[in-house]
Design a protein around this ligand. Structure first.
Ligand code: MLT
Length: 252
């Protein structure tokens, strides 16, 4: 198998991601929020890089079936129903809903992967589920770290290193220099993922604006064993996509 890593989406576009198998990582907090939203029963999450587009999509969907979620500077956007704290995405609030989701880095990185062959959303809370899926499919994978404002963020690259290390425990993996660096970071921080998040730039920022509980949530390895996958414009649970396509082939 082969895994390559992009430290940030700078220089990445829809065409360069087309046809690839990709895992997009935004530990703090978009990937963790998407995992919790879908695990709480949201129908799908539609990622979009900008607020205007989010409100346009929302205006085309019936009011009681959709919610607008996301952040700017880590805070809920004016007029939106939800922010980007994974703790907000409870079954009571999001069960059965379509979430139109815009965040500063993560949603845009996922959006850039909409023409990928397969695009999965990964983070610490679902790391083993992502690893099992990658190992099961095999071949060549790209890990795209969402980073922060176009540059490197330690938590995303550490998570990429964890994925590579776990895949390496199950299969022979060739990786690039970015992947080797990610594994070194993971080995350095693996004893305390929460400690690493607390020391990270974005972790310190989130703590300063009152979201320290989110760091604990996002550090909980394998607490949400789901595989969110991009399906056209939305992100859904991968097993629900497999069930839907099995039903289609039974009826055709
Ligand atoms: C992002 O997409 O930039 C993040 O998820 C920011 C945040 O912590 O809300």
């Amino acid at each position: 198998m082969k895994i390559e890593v992009f430290f940030s989406p700078a220089g990445v576009d829809e065409l360069s991601m087309r046809g690839r198998n990709v895992v997009i990582i935004d530990v703090l907090r978009a990937s963790s929020t998407i995992c919790n939203a879908l695990n709480s029963g949201a129908r799908e999450v539609i990622p979009t890089p900008d607020i205007e587009n989010a409100t346009k999509i929302a205006s085309n969907l019936s009011g009681d079936s959709r919610l607008l979620g996301g952040e700017r500077q880590g805070k809920k956007i004016d007029g939106f129903d939800l922010g980007n704290s994974p703790l907000e995405y409870t079954p009571e609030k999001v069960g059965g809903k379509t979430i139109i989701f815009t965040t500063t880095n993560g949603a845009g990185a996922i959006y850039k992967c909409r023409y990928a062959s397969m695009a999965l959303v990964g983070t610490f809370v679902n790391v083993s589920s992502i690893v099992q899926t990658i190992v099961g499919i095999g071949g060549t994978w790209t890990i795209l770290c969402a980073g922060r404002q176009g540059s490197f963020s330690v938590e995303d690259v550490t998570c990429a290193g964890m994925i590579i290390s776990k895949v390496q425990a199950a299969a022979e993996v060739e990786t690039d220099d970015a992947g080797l660096t990610a594994v070194i970071l993971y080995k350095n921080f693996k004893r305390s993922i929460l400690g690493m998040l607390r020391r990270s730039e974005h972790g310190k920022y989130l703590t300063s604006i009152g979201f320290s509980k989110d760091l604990k949530f996002c550090a909980a390895i394998d607490s949400i064993p789901v595989v969110p996958a991009v399906d056209g414009v939305g992100i859904k649970l991968r097993h629900s996509l497999a069930e839907a396509s099995a039903k289609t082939s039974q009826t055709s």
